[in-house]
Design a protein around this ligand. Structure first.
Ligand code: SF4
Ligand code: SF4
Length: 380
């Protein structure tokens, strides 16, 4: 039986990119509120005996079907402070290590390195103070990191809405399942690499991977955790795409399909050799991106960057803190400016590859057709 969220707070009240929102941990649905409502709730939590206003108990009943009547505001709400920065979203790569060895992985070497716990605590407080409300916990495989449970719990208790990116292999572990059912994420995104044992283990290069995956997904499904399947299509599993969709549907999960392999984040070509030639898709035209301004990425060493791809000029968050982050917007603007081989490109308005990604393809000496309009057949 699923245990409902009932720990330190039931609702999060938070500024988010110039707005104010009420959210329920473990549920992606939220409500935008006016600034005076935010102040009203902030004041309500400042005094011990104050209850919740009627408009909020009514809202909670309608939207989340929970009854908060008679509950003290202090125990029910976690009101986040306004940040001097405006980073509403972040991804945190706990560790680049993984228990599987997929050749298509953009991390390449998959090193097992990460910060000790006290530094991670400090890092999470910096992210909270930077305004991060939506946190993606990723890896490598985050659930094999020794500090996964502690990081997850603290991020949750600081009032962050959490998504976990995982291969699913440890979701049936009692401690992890207990953690995720007690402090529910709003989303668990599961990578799917095949629909049969043979294909799955060929793609992940690990014997036993299929059983771990199925055990993990079954346990998460029984616990009614919010699953989304990311179907990763490579040359090794392209013949099972329909079966992978059917598998995801059998769990009632949302589905996304990824067909285009990219070089590693440090610009080596190895993942490109796993590209499915029949399933490669034309990307949408790149029209801009706000990474580095409203979102950021943090690597296992606590270095902040624009995103998972654009990692040049990283900011050591533990040393520089919020002051260091004020530089990230400028770093993003420079990173996204067309430069190098893209300088003055006459086709840039039709280009589907952002500048940081184009740089990785160039470093990897990828064929132009993989990322550049000048390599498309009709361009010559
Ligand atoms: S890869 Fe490119 S489009 Fe994606 S977040 Fe980074 S800069 Fe933006
Ligand atoms: S079309 Fe090619 S050269 Fe032009 S901006 Fe895109 S990647 Fe760069």
């Amino acid at each position: 039986m699923v245990k409902q969220t009932s720990l330190k707070h039931k609702l999060i009240v938070s500024p988010f990119l110039g707005e104010h929102w009420i959210l329920r941990a473990g549920d992606a649905r939220g409500v935008k509120i006016r600034p005076h409502r935010y102040l009203e709730l902030q004041q309500a939590t400042a005094q011990e005996e104050t209850g919740l206003p009627d408009w909020l108990t009514g809202l909670a009943r309608r939207l989340w079907e929970i009854d908060l009547t008679g509950r003290p505001a202090q125990e029910t709400l976690l009101v986040r402070e306004q940040s001097q920065l405006s980073y509403g979203r972040a991804s945190y790569e706990l560790n680049m290590g993984c228990n599987w060895d997929c050749p298509h992985c953009y991390l390449g070497l998959k090193e097992f390195t990460g910060l000790p716990w006290p530094k991670r605590q400090h890092l999470l407080h910096i992210l909270r103070d930077a305004g991060v409300l939506w946190l993606q916990i990723t890896g490598g495989e985050p659930t094999i990191d020794p500090h996964f449970a502690a990081v997850y719990s603290l991020a949750y208790d600081l009032g962050m809405m959490i998504e976990v990116l995982t291969n699913g292999s440890r979701l049936h572990n009692k401690i992890i399942l207990g953690l995720l059912t007690e402090r529910r994420p709003y989303k668990i995104t599961l990578s799917v690499y095949g629909a049969t044992q043979e294909t799955y283990e060929k793609t992940t290069q690990r014997k036993g991977a299929w059983k771990s995956f199925r055990d993990g997904v079954d346990a998460a499904h029984r616990a009614d955790l919010p699953l989304e399947f990311s179907i990763i299509v490579t040359r090794d599993n392209e013949h099972e795409v329909d079966a992978m969709h059917a598998l995801a549907k059998s769990y009632g999960a949302k589905i996304r399909e990824y067909n285009n392999m990219t070089p590693t984040y440090f610009g080596t070509a190895s993942p490109l050799s796993t590209q499915s030639q029949t399933r490669q898709r034309e990307r949408q035209v790149f029209t801009g991106c706000d990474a580095g301004h409203t979102s950021l990425h943090v690597d296992p060493h606590g270095k902040a960057s624009v995103c998972k791809v654009a990692r040049d000029h990283p900011i050591p968050l533990l040393e520089e803190g919020l002051d260091g982050l004020t530089k990230l917007g400028g770093i993003a603007d420079k990173a996204l400016l067309r430069q190098g081989g893209c300088t003055g490109c006459t086709l840039s308005s039709q280009c589907s590859t952002c500048m940081p990604l184009a740089q990785r393809y160039r470093q990897a000496s990828a064929p132009l057709g993989a990322y550049c309009q000048h390599g498309k057949p009709e361009r010559g």
